[in-house]
Design a binder for this molecule. Structure first.
Ligand code: 13P
Length: 256
């Protein structure tokens, strides 16, 4: 299975800054066959970056999109409009869930719309600090996974990526804590168990699982060697080119 290193730029960089970053990144990036490098710029920059990106080296992701293709939905951008512009879309990020009130039903529709429009969804799931403290992690993970994947058929599950991002480990969360590789490993097992319940044993090696939450060059190697982890979703460190390329290098080393 490939490894995925995905940079989520969130609401950072102007279109010009994004273009300069992409230019520099592509210059530094070898053509790795077994590492899929992806960046998720703001929607504003996607159209122009899609003309600049060298798809042999890396791919683009959107950070969000709406599930209806066209219609009276002021302010939204659809997966149908993003078709051909991006290869991936982050869906259900905890910031979408907690700041913009997206629930599992909304996430379910977005995942289905992505698959329908040939865009690979990166379905984000993860518990908050208080959910973990109350022993609800397993239920939250299960509910978010079952909800998000409710419309994804057996044939389509290999077109979905799962990203486990404990909300309490995201660098912008107040008093963020680093997740230990053991904590990550436990949740990965839960995810694998739930996927098997939904899709049966043949799910093995489909639906790659990524980890995200304060990933940087000094902890990337430890997370990448957690059994069942196939890549990283990087926030803050992906904004610093040298850190992002270091993480890609580490992924390459872990792979070989
Ligand atoms: P940080 O790497 O800044 O913690 O962000 C993680 C994240 O939310 C990526 O989607």
């Amino acid at each position: 299975m490939k490894s995925y290193i995905v940079g989520n730029w969130k609401l950072n960089f102007t279109v010009g800054e994004a273009s300069i970053y992409l230019h520099k990144l592509q210059k530094k990036l070898p053509n790795y066959r077994d590492i899929e490098v992806v960046v998720a710029p703001s929607t504003m920059a996607l159209q122009s970056l899609s003309l600049q990106v060298d798809r042999h080296k890396m791919k683009l992701a959107a950070q969000n999109a709406f599930y209806r293709d066209f219609g009276a939905f002021t302010g939204e951008v659809s997966f149908a409009q993003l078709r051909g512009v991006v290869d991936y879309c982050i869906i259900g990020h905890s910031e979408r869930r907690h700041i913009f009130g997206e629930d599992d039903k909304m996430v379910q529709k977005k995942v289905a719309a992505a698959v329908r429009n040939k865009i690979t969804p990166i379905l984000c799931i993860g518990e908050t600090e208080s959910e973990r403290a109350f022993g609800e992690t397993a239920d939250v993970i299960r509910d978010q996974l079952m909800g998000g994947l409710a419309d994804v058929s057996d044939e389509d599950i290999d077109k979905v990526i799962i990203a486990y991002e404990p909300v309490w480990a995201i660098s912008s969360t107040k008093a963020a804590k680093l997740a230990t590789p053991d904590e990550v490993g436990e949740v990965v097992k839960l995810i694998q168990k739930t996927l098997k319940e939904i899709y049966g044993a043949k799910i093995e090696d489909k639906a790659p699982i990524l980890f995200g939450g304060s990933v940087n060059p000094s902890n990337a190697g430890a997370y990448l060697t957690v059994p069942g982890i196939s890549g990283l979703l990087v926030g803050g460190a992906s904004l610093i080119l040298s850190e992002f390329t270091d993480i890609i290098e580490i992924a390459k080393r872990v792979k070989s």
